[in-house]
Design a protein around this ligand. Sequence first.
Ligand code: MRU
Length: 341
Amino acid sequence: MVETIEWTADGVVMIDQTRLPRETVYVTCKTYEEVAEAIRSMVIRGAPAIGVAAAMGVALGMLGSDEGDFDAHLERVCGALAATRPTAVNLFWAIDRMKRVAQSLRGHSLNEIRARLIDEAVHVYREDIAINRSIGANGAPLVPDGKRVLTHCNAGALATAGYGTALGVVRAAVEAGKKIAVYADETRPFLQGARLTAWELQQDGIETTLITDNMAGYFLRRGEIGCVVVGADRIARNGDVANKIGTYSVAVLAKENGVPFYVAAPISTLDLTLADGDRIPIEQRAAAEVTHVFGVPVAPEGISVANPAFDVTPNRYVTAIITEKGVAYPPYEESLARLAG
Ligand code: MRU
């Protein structure tokens, strides 16, 4: 499996996801500002991976702190990382976790605090892989044998510290001996499905068919798809799910065709402070992602463009939410609170 991100003595090393699958290039972020820029520019992306990157970014940033300036520097570092992408709650979850560790060590030596922050960031990384294995184990029994799984965007090893959430469920089902294959939506405009999901599943030898987003309904209607499994960027208290733009359309099509629609996500993706999905901030990205494909214009100059990076799928379309602590079914207000508790 690919290494998405790693803490090293030289800095935070990440596979550059903007260049996959054409080139496998690793970048080393030596400052917290570089980590923040890597998150913003989507060198690293996917909710759990962004959380791990932010945790490592805080640890890296605090290597540059000094005794007199500790609190102000912590705020500066956390503020810069938090200002990168607004939708995936794992980013804020990881920053808060690192802040709490730093604050709990008040009175300790600077070297001790720095070492503990590095330990915590590495712990967030390792924990994420273990969480994804548990999500996989909990989700695999739900995947019908002998059918196809449809997925949208990339919720795989690349979107996490490793193994993946939605693709973790796929991997666990394959490991359990199920004969399944994947339909991967290409996921316009950033093409995470074509560039990343197709690539990492191919590396693992899992049978995968790439389709364009507008083909999902065609295949759902033909009865070949046993279930849909996607990841999430933020899940509200009532089970509304923010995920990559286009997820909502797939969920509606799945319900229309009687196909179960599963969301696989760690507990850290739950935002129980938000009553419903309408309150989830949706990132709006640059027009050029829509008007250009790999730098080549595909639309007339000057055309007005909308580019919301995520949408919200109302809970009524979600068959179940698969977490590391178990599977939540409707009504989500109760089942999610129980799992999170
Ligand atoms: O814009 P991205 O590529 O960061 O969006 C990623 C997604 O929407 C994923 O489906 C989600 O973060 C879950 S990743 C396990």
